[in-house]
Design a protein around this ligand. Structure first.
Ligand SMILES: Nc1ncnc2c1ncn2[C@@H]1O[C@H](COP(=O)(O)OP(=O)(O)O)[C@@H](O)[C@H]1O
Ligand SMILES: [Mg+2]
Length: 222
């Protein structure tokens, strides 16, 4: 039995045939917590049973337990679903295409799936993350990054996960590239509790600025 919760985006656009969420056609990426598959023209995220942490040796922690520690809940897909709808209303229309759309949360059989917009290029290829691609030189791309930073600061949006693996490069046309944020699972309240500096707006702004600076120093080609 599955419970399916469609977000406003999915309901409004009728973006895909509902059964598509169940065919995992091709693995397109993997983070610490989830594997990501292409399913037709959507992306499906499936939480991994374990996360690996490297200390002196590698240990494997059940992902649900890691979730309780990290975000106060068992399921990263569920967190992402809710975070997205809290976030996207604060983003001005002209920057929305830099945020992966979230369509649907499927709960069932002990495994939740998140169905989202597949970020792909003008030629149909799946877009690659900054991490996969490496440093990039593209004026439009870095202009957009500056605008994203501005809006996070201006509207005090608690997104602190600006990292090369969470930003994919969408080639809108051969020379026009924009960053798209694809991971919203650790936003907001919980991280605010553990890091005292994030309780103040100034502290949050500082953290966001630092993240963008680090990314630019590693990935922006002159
Ligand atoms: N919608 C998407 N379109 C294209 N690639 C994606 C999409 N979502 C995720 N990816 C790829 O999958 C990887 C892992 O996804 P992510 O959601 O960040 O997992 P985790 O929560 O484990 O960090 C990303 O680094 C990116 O390369
Ligand atoms: Mg990630």
């Amino acid at each position: 039995m599955y419970t399916r919760t469609f977000g406003p985006v999915a309901v409004n656009t009728n973006y895909y045939a509902p059964e598509m969420a169940f065919s995992l056609d091709e693995k397109i990426g993997e983070g610490a917590k989830r594997e990501v598959f292409r399913s037709g023209n959507a992306a499906v995220k499936v939480q991994k049973p374990y996360v690996s942490k490297n200390f002196v040796f590698t240990i494997h922690i059940p992902t649900w337990l890691f979730g309780i520690y990290k975000i106060g809940r068992r399921d990263f897909n569920e967190a992402e679903y809710q975070n997205y709808f809290g976030l996207i209303g604060k983003v001005p229309a002209n920057l929305r295409d830099s945020f992966m759309k979230v369509f649907e949360l499927i709960e069932g059989n002990g495994e939740n799936r998140l169905v989202a917009e597949l970020i792909s290029n003008w030629d149909g290829a799946v877009s690659r993350s900054l991490l996969q691609h490496g440093p990039i030189e593209n004026i439009a791309f870095w202009n957009r990054m500056d605008k994203l930073e501005q809006i996070l600061l201006e509207r005090d949006i608690p997104y602190f996960d600006i990292r090369p693996e969470n930003i994919v490069i969408r080639n809108v046309s051969p020379n026009y590239r924009i960053p798209v944020i694809v991971d919203y699972d650790t936003m907001g309240a919980r991280s605010l509790i553990f890091q005292v500096s994030l309780l103040s707006r100034k502290g949050r702004a500082h953290k966001i600025k630092r993240k963008f600076e680090r990314l630019k120093s590693q990935y922006k080609l002159p």
